[in-house]
Design a protein around this ligand. Structure first.
Ligand code: DON
Length: 562
């Protein structure tokens, strides 16, 4: 990577020791935490300073986000960790939610076998068995160094003492008062007398603090067994949900081999199924490796066309082939991530004209809503890339008032109508149909790129299916176009997901001339305000410092280094 800082600037910045910023880059000599919330990033850095490693800091940050960033930070959802340690060992932890034992492939269909619009994302039947606590617990048991209690305690303190409500959360609180919000949400951002809180008010979460205390004391059993589990099961039973004590008791996180790819000498490690993110990322990087980027200037028509056509193909493959590996014994992972397959995909791109996505085959809906990513690196070069989610912003918007946390609505990530795929984006392929205890296919793409066996780039993003593409473009921007991390994160992103057949781009960032040329080639363009909310760290090998950057689209986010 090019050096874009002169030495004296960086020495000055490093001398600032702990520098917090939301939008620009931050420098750290010993460690770095980048997350969607300043308080949570600070919790992570404090853990590093106390001698914790990257896993410790990631676990503590994730618990803190469940308090300070409740639209996506969670203990009622699930996610993935990609971890690379100082000796180059790389692994992943899958704590994706599972379908309850009593779920069926047709549970969201009416009597005619048609999807009941919205049913897979609304109400308690949309809740998957949460995985977050089991995942964080497994990560810590296998790879952490500080006592578990020390990692949960900062989140308890934040929930008990209260956090100042940011402008963003206060506006969510106001919006939640609309008639359609469940009562749980209407009462969520309130004080002890039930009065709605506003920007700058102190927001205390007593019930969440109590739930976290049980997790602190009993580890994962504090969530999956005992009083918390009993209340989850009772609440579900009373209100029409499917999750029972048996589901909670049976839930386990799973350690899996990462998917691995290469790009011009860099090693890319990412999340395997049940996420589709890693496989699609590696397929796309392999396709791009075939191109001579000198003749594909960044943001030119050629660039957008090639990147969009690469995405179109990877998303078709994703829709056709991917699902929970524990329910699909024959996922063609080696094939999809091979260089030969990428050559075949590249060779079929027409450089003058957009392909047409065939609506009789595969595709999937674009979705925005909410998830959160955090990246951590410590003084020994252990790195963690963690993405977790409730699926929609505030998930199902439901939870037990006694427990104080929000349930996901992740069941919406399954293919809801078996056998039915259409051009507006519904997919009916078999690998991702609902089955009891199956994990729904995800697009989360926590990724670590290594150079000479050491973590070089730690990156991830929220954004539903756009995650795969925004992570892909950021990795390409750094490795292929040699951009500094914050530029790689901020610069124009596009999104194509096969079906609907649209080239989505960020408003203001694509030149009108380029847009016009793309339309002449047959692309159907659509503008959106923003794509991605990337949280990244890069290791500058020459200066021997970590550089962190949190996307400007994250209003409360921060990279903090020390
Ligand atoms: O796992 C997935 O792919 C989705 N449930 C993630 C949802 C999401 O990222 C929404 N975000 N902004």
């Amino acid at each position: 990577m090019k050096n874009f800082l002169n030495k004296s600037t960086s020495i000055f910045l490093v001398a600032l020791a702990t520098l917090t910023t939301t939008w620009a880059q931050t420098h750290g000599k010993q460690g770095m935490v980048v997350s969607d919330n300043t308080m949570a990033s600070q919790v992570g850095v404090d853990i590093l300073k106390k001698g914790g490693n990257a896993i410790d800091a990631a676990v503590a940050t994730a618990f803190a986000l469940a308090v300070t960033h409740p639209q996506a930070g969670n203990i009622g959802g699930g996610g993935f960790i990609v971890f690379m340690d100082a000796t180059s060992k790389t692994t992943t932890i899958d704590f994706r939610e599972k379908a309850p034992l009593r779920a069926t492939p047709n549970m969201f269909l009416d009597q005619e076998g048609q999807l009941v619009e919205g049913s897979n994302h609304n109400g308690l039947q949309s809740v998957g068995v949460p995985g977050t606590v089991a995942g964080l617990y497994m990560a810590h048991s296998k790879y952490g160094s500080l006592p578990w209690k020390k990692l949960v305690q900062p989140a308890i303190a934040l929930a008990k003492k209260g956090v100042v409500l940011s402008y963003t959360l206060a506006s969510h609180a106001k919006n939640m008062q609309s008639g359609s919000s469940p009562d749980f949400m209407k009462n969520y951002f309130t004080d002890s007398e039930g009065k709605l809180l506003g920007h700058g008010d102190q927001w205390v979460q007593k019930e969440l603090a109590n739930t976290l205390k049980k997790i602190k004391k009993h580890g994962k059993d504090g969530f999956y067994k005992g009083k918390v589990a009993q209340e989850i099961a009772d609440y579900m039973k009373k209100n029409g949900g499917l999750i029972g004590l048996d589901d909670l008791e049976k839930y386990t996180a799973i350690e899996r081999e990462p998917v691995k790819g290469t790009y011009h000498g860099y090693d890319i490690y990412s999340m395997p199924p049940p996420s589709s993110g890693g496989v699609a990322l590696i397929e796309m990087m392999n396709v791009m490796e075939r191109a001579n980027l000198d003749s594909v200037p960044f943001n030119s028509t050629e660039y957008v066309h090639l990147v969009a056509e690469t995405m179109r193909r990877a998303f078709a493959d994703r829709a056709e082939h991917l699902g929970d590996p524990d329910f699909n014994s024959d996922l063609p992972l080696d094939k999809l991530t091979s260089k030969d397959f990428a050559k075949m995909r590249y060779d079929h791109i027409d450089f003058d004209k957009a392909s047409v996505s065939d609506s009789t085959t595969f595709g999937q809906l674009y979705d925005g809503s909410n998830t959160t990513h955090l990246s951590v690196i410590d003084k020994d070069h252990n790195a963690v890339s963690l993405t977790y989610t409730l699926e929609h912003s505030y998930g199902s918007e439901m939870g037990s008032p006694k427990l104080g946390f929000i349930f996901n609505n992740e069941m919406g990530d399954f293919n809801p109508q078996p056998g039915y795929t259409n051009s507006s984006g519904l997919i009916g392929s078999d690998p991702n149909l609902i089955r009891p205890e199956k994990r729904m296919l995800s697009s989360m793409t926590p990724t670590i790129v290594a150079k000479d066996g050491k973590p070089y780039l730690v990156i991830g993003s929220p954004g539903g299916r756009t995650i795969i593409n925004t992570v892909f473009q950021t990795v390409l921007n750094v490795l292929g176009y040699e951009m500094p991390i914050e530029k790689a994160i901020e610069t124009m992103k596009i999104h194509h997901q096969w079906l609907p057949d649209q080239l989505v781009y960020e408003k203001y960032l694509l030149s009108p001339d380029t847009k016009q040329s793309l339309e002449k080639m047959g692309h159907k363009t659509r503008e959106v305000r923003n794509l991605g909310r990337l949280m990244g760290i890069i290791y500058d090998t020459e200066l021997n410092i970590y550089i962190g950057a949190s996307d400007s689209s994250s209003p409360d986010g921060a990279s903090i280094g020390y």
